[in-house]
Design a protein around this ligand. Structure first.
Ligand code: PXP
Length: 260
């Protein structure tokens, strides 16, 4: 299973001061030395962390393939087509959200989506769709002719956190926090079974399979057992740990957990 490191949070720290420190290219060098196989960045419409120049510099200088997350807005797709990362992962985007809260709403009739996919593929960019783990989303992804799907693991991560740490990752509600432990355990098991089933279905339809969101050093183990998943994209937990351990060790520790 490969590891893509999402470095948006390193850019977020840089933006706090508006200086070129920490430097993203330096971070990518450390990611590579530590064994990461891919760099993931998100060019958000509000440019809150990664900006256009970052994307250009990173694509020109990164020794690792770049997976660029982006919305399907024309202005963004124009930039992506011009800069040509290895892969573009299409994600839903809301200005006010803290992080990507769910998978893309897919439809074969969504012209904006089908045009974005077609344009990216014409520029020889692999396309991935960030989707919720359900069979309908997999089938639609297959019909949309993309190369990859990435399953949103936010729901799994939240249930895990409520069961074992009482610190939900995202989107928690008081109602969920009040659920009995046995119910949460069943929910977690069911979430894992769903991820396993949809990953199998995606493989069957010849899609390549990635997953990510809210994965950390405690909850990644069960996800890493799903052999149909080829790649995990992880950001927040790795960058957070790097403050204490350094980026190199944060990555080698994560790699050991997902492959060990
Ligand atoms: N994959 C996708 C498509 C994402 O949008 C994100 C969050 O930016 C991640 C993976 C990484 O999530 P996290 O930062 O919670 O590890």
């Amino acid at each position: 299973m490969k590891l893509g490191v999402n470095i948006d949070h390193i850019a977020l720290l840089r933006e706090a001061r508006g200086v070129n420190n920490p430097n993203l290219i330096e971070a990518i060098g450390i990611c590579q030395m530590a064994g990461a196989e891919q760099i993931t960045i998100h060019l958000r419409e509000d440019r809150r962390h990664i900006n256009d120049k970052d994307v250009e510099d990173i694509i020109n200088h990164s020794p690792l393939p770049i997976n660029l997350e982006c919305s399907i807005e024309n202005e963004i797709i124009d930039i992506v087509c011009k800069l040509r990362p290895h892969r573009a992962t299409l994600v839903p985007e809301k200005r006010e959200e803290v992080t990507t809260e769910g998978g893309l709403a897919l439809s074969l009739e969504n012209e904006k989506l089908t045009t974005a996919i077609k344009r990216l593929q014409e520029h020889e960019i692999e396309v991935s769709l960030f989707i919720d783990p359900n069979a309908q989303a997999v089938e639609l992804s297959s019909h949309l002719g993309v190369e990859w799907v990435e399953f949103h693991t936010g729901s799994y991560s939240n249930i895990w956190a409520m069961l074992y740490s009482n610190l939900p990752q995202t989107n928690h509600t008081i109602k969920e926090l009040e659920l009995p432990r046995t119910t949460l355990k069943e929910m977690l098991q069911s979430e894992l079974e769903t991820l396993n089933n949809v990953a199998t279905l995606a493989k069957f339809t010849e899609l390549k399979v990635a997953a990510g969101h809210g994965l950390n050093y405690q909850n990644v183990h069960e996800i890493a057992k799903i052999t149909q998943i080829e790649e995990l994209n992880i950001g927040q937990s790795i960058v957070a740990r790097s403050i204490f351990s350094g980026l190199y060790k944060a990555i080698t520790d994560m790699k050991a957990l997902i492959n060990g």
